[in-house]
Ligand binder design. Structure first.
Ligand SMILES: *[C@@H]1O[C@H](CO)[C@@H](O)[C@H](O)[C@H]1NC(C)=O
Ligand SMILES: *[C@@H]1O[C@H](CO)[C@@H](O)[C@H](O)[C@H]1NC(C)=O
Ligand SMILES: *[C@@H]1O[C@H](CO)[C@@H](O)[C@H](O)[C@H]1NC(C)=O
Ligand SMILES: *[C@@H]1O[C@H](CO)[C@@H](O)[C@H](O)[C@H]1NC(C)=O
Ligand SMILES: *[C@@H]1O[C@H](CO)[C@@H](O)[C@H](O)[C@H]1NC(C)=O
Length: 269
């Protein structure tokens, strides 16, 4: 820029000199420096304007850069906070899951302890309030048993148990075998599937893997044979014969508060 100005100046001076020489005779000495002065001022103004514009551009650029930079920094910070929040939330969720799992585990343990305690109480007092079986029903393992001395056909017996939301007696574990032996049952129907043919008697210890009755798969008619228990043995007879009934259903869970209440009452006696 300054080079151009210098070049222009030089040119002016040259042409001025030529003019000076040509118009030397006209002798108007004071008019000659005026154009040169105006041009200088204009050139200077243009230069200043250029510089001003450049500076403004620089300032604007700087401002833009700073704005961009702080914007990016803010964005990064936000991104970090977001990631931290996500981490915190998932950690919290994990801890919540842990806590509810711990609570569940604790209540399972508590229930086990309550059941154990209730069994002890039940051995001493058959009618103890903590018993998870209705009134007359006996409690063994996870099941309740109702013994009824009334002679009915197998199908009628099954219906009677159904009305209790129960089924005819089944013997599916060694523990139940022992329990049933201890009851010394004579002539009680079993919840085995009715068969088309009669069969030899067998001991209770070999009864567990037999074909236990399920209501929806078994077809029953009057010519079939049904299993019953006579002391320690299983026999088959016509399903239309009449025998006594034992119903069986799942025990409820032992209610901890009911047990605590009755324990307090027992303690006061
Ligand atoms: C994340 O959890 C830590 C420790 O529990 C806490 O100091 C921090 O403030 C939490 N971050 C957010 C964004 O809540
Ligand atoms: C959850 O529980 C397990 C075992 O109780 C423990 O090792 C683990 O650190 C726990 N996790 C949290 C996030 O609290
Ligand atoms: C809860 O019990 C289950 C299985 O018994 C076990 O895998 C889990 O770690 C237990 N949770 C806690 C938080 O103790
Ligand atoms: C059997 O179960 C049904 C429905 O679950 C219930 O309404 C009824 O009271 C129950 N009967 C007995 C004797 O428990
Ligand atoms: C019969 O009932 C048992 C449960 O009592 C069920 O698991 C089984 O799928 C049923 N079978 C049919 C054929 O409906």
């Amino acid at each position: 820029m300054s080079e151009e100005v210098t070049y222009a100046d030089l040119k002016f001076q040259d042409s001025n000199q030529t003019e000076n020489i040509q118009k030397f005779d006209k002798s108007e000495k004071k008019e000659l420096p005026v154009p040169s002065h105006v041009w200088r001022q204009r050139a200077l103004a243009a230069t200043l304007l250029c510089l001003l514009l450049l500076t403004a551009l620089g300032v604007l650029g700087g401002m833009f850069y700073i704005t961009l930079k702080t914007g990016m920094e803010k964005l990064n910070k936000l991104q970090n906070v977001k990631e931290e929040l996500q981490r915190n939330v998932s950690l919290q969720l994990m801890q919540n899951t842990n806590s509810s799992q711990k609570i569940r585990n604790l209540s399972i343990k508590l229930e086990e302890i309550a059941t154990k305690l209730c069994r002890e109480l039940y051995i001493k007092h058959r009618e103890h309030k903590c018993k998870p079986c209705p009134g007359e029903w006996m409690w063994h393992g996870n099941s309740c048993y109702l013994q009824q001395n009334m002679a009915k056909t197998w199908q009628k017996s099954d219906e009677i148990c159904s009305d209790y939301n129960a089924s005819l007696l089944t013997i599916k574990s060694k523990s139940v075998v022992e329990f049933i032996k201890s009851l010394q049952l004579n002539n009680y129907w079993l919840g085995l599937s009715p068969r088309k043919d009669n069969t030899k008697y067998r001991t209770l210890d070999t009864i567990i893997p037999l074909d236990w009755f399920t209501r929806n798969t078994s077809v029953i008619n009057d010519k079939m044979y049904c299993g019953y228990i006579q002391y320690g043995y299983l026999f088959y007879t016509k399903c239309t014969d009449t025998k006594n009934i034992i119903c069986e259903k799942l025990a409820q869970t032992v209610k901890i508060d009911s047990m605590l209440m009755s324990a307090v009452l027992d303690g006061n006696k």
